[in-house]
Design a protein around this ligand. Structure first.
Ligand code: PMP
Length: 420
């Protein structure tokens, strides 16, 4: 018998490379919100934000193929595609966010953002939340508390992840940020930046009112630091009411980082910032990235942005997201384990608890529910401070029928999986 794919993967790629689910899924094909495995079984994708406008969207596939058959080079030549796309994308941001540079991954984008903040402020300190993820470069992995690096830099400070279910106030969060600034100043670093996902996606996307982060942001700015908004997850219209997560949060950052959904699966990412920040960065670092912003990447990114507009996917996210959230609230009427339903647009979920009065996180149960859903042909996952929040973040072409199928499966799984 031939060696199973999972064993070959472990042998060649290393044993601790994570897979989702107790029984990993072997996918071979995708279209829209659907995926198929090697046995021909269909799954509803409720999780993947990388295929933002739908798996294998024909317009994006066609744009990639056409450009790949015409020209693909590194970026030291002139090419219309990169400039046209930068013009188009930066126009979606409020002034003074009108300059950008390209990378291939969100990690690289955040790495550059940290360097930009340091170049502009002349300071080194960075503040992040204690339950976030911003990527995997040596510098950016310093910002992880959940997967700590062996050699933590002295110039990084953490503040508690915001929570709306076991709430902390904006004022107390700002006080945590102020204390972090003081510690960085005492150690001689000062504060270069506060880096946040404006939707606090990895923290479990708490429902925070517009402006909630502003007292903390003002404290950072008073101390001479900048704000970096990591839009890798909430950006490109996903939240329904706003194109960018920081707009919904009510803050204009100095630096915005982009990734995952930008090329619908093609590895293209970037950093948008003010011209003065870009100039300081270019004066300080001779940054060049061979693949970033190449003609094929730009064709993928441009086609993705065009489809978001043509198919009015931000509005779809708003309408279908509201419908799905209402459906989850109905389920909460029947399933006491649903402690909280929250989110915005097509980024929503439910926090599962053992009992509503104590809000005891049902962490093991949530994992079992995600596995049960996988066996029902519905793919989602879980995250949050206690890893007990079902995370629903599907391609933006998710329909009401898809939402019904998802809700039926969640209803069934919550009824079948034993709580304790
Ligand atoms: N920032 C956030 C908020 C992310 O969720 C991720 C990836 N999960 C990254 C950055 C890193 O992006 P990439 O994997 O493309 O390097």
């Amino acid at each position: 018998m031939s060696e199973p794919l999972l064993d070959r993967r472990d042998r060649l790629l290393g044993p601790r490379l994570t897979t989702f689910y107790d029984e990993p899924v072997h996918l071979v094909r995708g279209a829209g919100t659907k995926l198929w495995d090697a046995e021909g079984r269909e799954y509803l994708d409720c999780y993947n934000n990388v295929p933002h406008v739908g798996h294998c969207h024909p317009k994006v596939v066609e744009a990639i193929c056409r450009q790949a058959g015409t020209l693909n080079t590194h970026t030291r030549y002139l090419h219309e595609g990169i400039v046209a796309f930068a013009e188009d994308l930066t126009a979606t941001f409020a002034e003074p966010l009108n300059a950008m540079t390209f990378t291939c991954t969100g990690s690289e984008a955040n790495d550059i953002a940290l360097r930009m903040a340091r170049a502009v402020t002349g300071k080194r300190g960075i503040i992040a939340t204690d339950h976030t993820y911003h990527g995997n470069t040596d510098a950016v992995s310093q910002l992880s508390c959940t997967n700590p690096p062996p050699d933590r830099w002295d110039s990084v400070e953490f503040v508690p992840a915001p929570d709306s279910y076991r709430p902390i106030t904006a004022a107390s969060w700002a006080a945590h940020v102020e204390a972090a600034i003081r510690r960085l100043e005492e150690r001689g670093h000062g504060v270069a930046a506060l880096i946040i996902c404006p939707f606090f996606a990895n923290e479990g996307f708490p429902d925070l009112p517009e402006g909630w982060v502003l007292p903390a942001v003002e404290a950072v700015r008073r101390a001479g630091g900048l704000v970096i908004a990591d839009e890798v997850q909430p950006g490109f219209g996903r939240l329904g009411t706003h194109f960018w997560g920081h707009e919904k949060a009510g803050v204009v950052p100095e630096i915005v980082t982009l990734g995952k959904p930008m090329g619908n699966g093609h590895p293209v990412a970037g950093v948008v910032t003010e011209r003065r920040v870009m100039e300081a960065f270019r004066d300080t670092f001779r940054y060049f990235n061979t693949f970033a912003g190449n003609p094929v990447s730009m064709a993928a990114a441009q086609a993705t942005l065009d489809v978001i507009r043509e198919e009015e996917l931000q509005e779809n996210a708003r309408a279908v997201g509201e419908y799905a959230r209402d459906g989850l609230r109905d389920l909460a009427g029947r399933h006491a384990c649903i402690g909280d339903v929250r989110g915005a647009g097509l980024f929503l979920g439910a926090e599962l608890v053992l009992d509503r009065s104590e809000k005891t996180p049902a962490t093991e149960f949530t994992k079992k529910v995600a596995n049960a859903l996988r066996h029902k042909g519905v793919l989602m996952n879980f995250l949050g401070i206690h890893y007990n929040v079902l995370k629903i973040r599907p391609p933006m072409v998710f329909s009401r029928d898809d939402a019904d199928r998802m809700l039926d499966a969640v209803d069934e799984a919550l009824g079948e999986v034993p709580l304790a």
